[in-house]
Design a protein around this ligand. Structure first.
Ligand code: FRU
Length: 491
């Protein structure tokens, strides 16, 4: 199985959530949930990598590991980073036999971290209705000289159910805390509350201001699928544009209570974390994987990868996501075309070995469905119409952009029955007469798809051992390819 060269993967062992994403000391740091001992989740460490440009990463020694009472049960769970007084500070969740609490670690050189002995947000500071059994993933930010963090966790609604009988409702909340020195914290208020199936919690909450807009991000577990086909993964990553009131500890979502927008509609995307670049850009990275799935790379001793970092913008009332512009420095061997009319299947000439960046603009004409096939076998026999490939398609009547990996030679399944299937995903994309614009970043089995200039994103994994480098465009009815550019990413 080819290792991605563009995306950060663990040197060995397991990787999940991005942690501590920050620009500090002249370079980007990206930490991650890590089990160095096996390609499976285990007691959590923080892996650590650094980069000058968000594209080429260099591994540094593991930054945190379970070595104290406070993280002795399940290790050092997710968290974030901030700079203070020339030090790089990490706020993370320690999981002990007593529960989950927020811990602080600091470093003068950005490599070796010293932990504070006791939690800085411990039992005494639990939010109202929080038990401390699920209380995790602090995300730091700074505003007007003060430090804040948002923390996810459980929440027991106080009011008994109608009729006087108290029901054991297990809810979830995102709590806001404030500090002047990262050590003494004070609870400010709940930013978000809800009830998710099976006691699911909002994991990995995040807050960032994008183009002047307050955006709250969270990863709700077990969020049920909606009628639009969103939230089909076992766990989802959502965002809520709104207004944050730091004084009162309130977040007012623009869409009203209980309405979430999916950040990425693909099969493999979770636990997104943001940071602000020195030039002011809002950046985001996420774990490109989903819990409870078969992970074919396990056999090779590693599992998990990050997305390519994305730039966020807030335009026309919605977030847009685009791969960071630093990627363009690595473009090579550009191949343009073929452009022109298409009706049926048109194979694309090979470009060489990946990773690739593919951009496509299509005038849909009278096509009812337009798509791209990737990972088509490149053996001597001509490709079969129903042979293995990843299908990316735009469906005109339902206005949906979809990915379909049901023909993959290496099948991926979920061991959790709550996830009906993990082979196809679709997301709504209204074009209102605009050209269909697609961008695909393909790197080994990792495919990130962006539609309509980042208005929607679908990330997915497709495993195909052997030579599957063919590609084709396909249209049901006449359409016109206006632009087709393929570039190798020379990394
Ligand atoms: C999300 C998560 C976090 C937790 C971490 C443990 O994927 O469950 O809530 O901190 O992973 O590895």
């Amino acid at each position: 199985m080819p290792r991605p060269s563009l995306r950060l993967t663990p040197p060995t062992g397991w990787m999940n959530d991005p942690n501590g994403f920050i620009h500090s000391g002249g370079r980007y740091h990206l930490f991650y949930q890590h089990n160095p001992y096996a390609p499976r989740w285990g007691r959590m460490h923080w892996g650590h990598a650094v980069s000058d440009d968000l594209i080429r990463w260099e591994h540094l020694p593991v930054a945190l590991g379970p070595d104290s009472f406070w993280d002795g049960a399940l290790g050092c769970f997710s968290g974030s980073a901030i700079e203070r007084g020339g030090e790089l500070c990490l706020l993370y969740t320690g999981v002990s036999i007593l529960g989950q609490y927020q811990m602080l670690a600091r470093s003068g050189d950005g490599v070796a971290f010293a932990k504070r002995r006791r939690p800085v947000i411990g039992r005494r500071l639990l939010p109202p209705g929080g038990s401390g059994r699920a209380f995790r993933d602090p995300k730091l930010f700074e505003r007007d000289g003060a430090f804040y963090c948002v923390v996810g966790g459980d929440w027991k609604p106080e009011a008994p159910a109608a009729g006087g009988r108290s029901r054991a409702v297990r809810g979830t909340q995102v709590s806001l805390y404030r500090s002047d020195d990262l050590v003494e914290w004070r609870y400010v208020g709940p930013l978000l509350r809800g009830v998710l199936p099976d006691g699911g919690v909002f994991e990995c909450p995040d807050y960032i201001r994008v183009d002047g807009k307050d955006v709250l991000i969270a990863s709700p577990m077990h969020l049920p699928r909606n009628d639009e086909g969103e939230f089909e993964n076992l766990h989802s990553t959502v965002y809520l544009p709104g207004a944050l009131d730091l004084e009162r500890g309130l977040f007012e979502p623009d869409d009203g209570p209980g309405v979430y927008r999916e950040l990425d509609g693909g099969t493999d995307f979770y636990a997104a974390q943001t940071t602000t670049a020195p030039d002011g850009r809002a950046l985001m990275v996420a774990w490109m994987q989903m819990w409870k799935r078969t992970m074919p790379t396990e056999a090779e001793g590693w599992a998990g990868a990050m997305t390519v970092p994305r730039e966020l913008s807030y335009e026309g009332g919605r977030l847009r996501q685009r791969p960071v512009r630093e990627l363009e420095r690595y473009w090579a061997d550009e191949v343009r075309g073929p452009v022109g009319s298409i009706d049926g299947v048109e194979p694309l000439p090979a470009v060489g070995d990946g990773p690739f960046d593919i951009e496509l603009a299509v005038d849909l004409g009278s096509s009812s469905r337009f798509g791209v096939r990737l990972f088509v076998p490149t053996g001597s026999a001509p490709p079969e119409p129903d042979g293995p490939c990843l299908i990316v398609a735009y469906d005109r009547s339902s206005e949906t952009l979809s990915i379909d990996r049901s023909r993959a030679p290496v099948a991926i399944s979920s061991s959790d029955r709550r996830e009906a299937q993990c082979l196809t995903r679709a997301t709504r994309l209204r074009l209102d007469g605009r050209l269909l614009r697609l961008r695909l970043i393909v790197d080994g089995p990792y495919v990130e798809l962006f539609g309509d200039d980042g208005a929607c994103a679908l990330s997915t994994l497709y495993y195909a051992p052997g030579d599957h480098r063919g590609a084709a465009v396909i249209s049901d009815g006449p359409a016109r390819v206006v632009e087709l550019v393929r570039r190798r990413i020379a990394i």
